[in-house]
Every structure is written in C-alpha cells, then in structure tokens.
Write a new protein. Structure first.
Length: 116
C-alpha cells in the first residue's frame, strides 16, 4: 500500500491550500486516517484525523481553519487549509492505520510554505 500526498506549495499568510492523499487499497471504512506535519527542528505532530466511522478531531492550533474530509469512493483523503499562518509551514504527511495500529502506512510528504 502506498499513500500519495499532493497539493503543497508556497502561499502567503491568509491564503488557502488543499492537500490530497490518494490511498489505493485502503478501506476508509476500516482504517483511521490522518494528516500529520513536521516543521524543521520539531517533532511530527497530528494536525487532523478522521476515524473509520467518520468522526474528526483537530489540533487546537488548526481548529476552525483546517477541515479534514475523505471521499470513500475515490479512496482519497483531503485537508482544506484556510487562513494559513507562517507557523503552519511544514512537511505534511498523510497516514492510515488500523484500530490497533497493526497496519500503518505513511505518504511521502508534501511541503507547505506560508510566507508572511
């Protein structure tokens, strides 16, 4: 299984980006999905998650600005990012894992750079 993240780029503060993660072979109704990010010199952190049942959760730092969603038919995960801030600059990774993490997969990462 290979996750393919895309949609990163350079954007000015206040702008928007939409990340996509193609996940062929992943049963979204079975796997929990999420977006993580890692800024230079910092640990990887959870940005947003969507459980197999569809419930979502967000890091406090992105609540109200980011929205995670999925298209089950297209096996694609999304992250809509609005009102971007320079501190959102990071490499963003998509993740899929089974409930007990016996199976876990990562995308290759896509770079988001927010200029002030």
């Amino acid at each position: 299984v290979q996750l393919q993240a895309s949609g990163g780029g350079l954007v000015q503060a206040g702008g928007s980006l939409r990340l996509s993660c193609a996940a062929p072979g992943i049963a979204f109704v079975v796997y929990n999905m999420g977006w993580f990010r890692q800024a230079p010199g910092k640990q990887r952190e959870l940005v947003a998650g969507i459980a197999s049942g569809g419930s979502t959760n967000y890091a406090d730092s992105v609540k109200g600005r980011f929205t995670i969603s999925r298209d089950v038919a297209k096996n694609t995960l999304y992250l809509q990012m609005n009102s971007l801030k320079p501190e959102d600059t990071a490499v963003y990774y998509c993740n899929a894992h089974s409930w007990n993490k016996a199976y876990e997969y990562w995308g290759q990462g896509t770079l988001v750079t927010v200029s002030s």
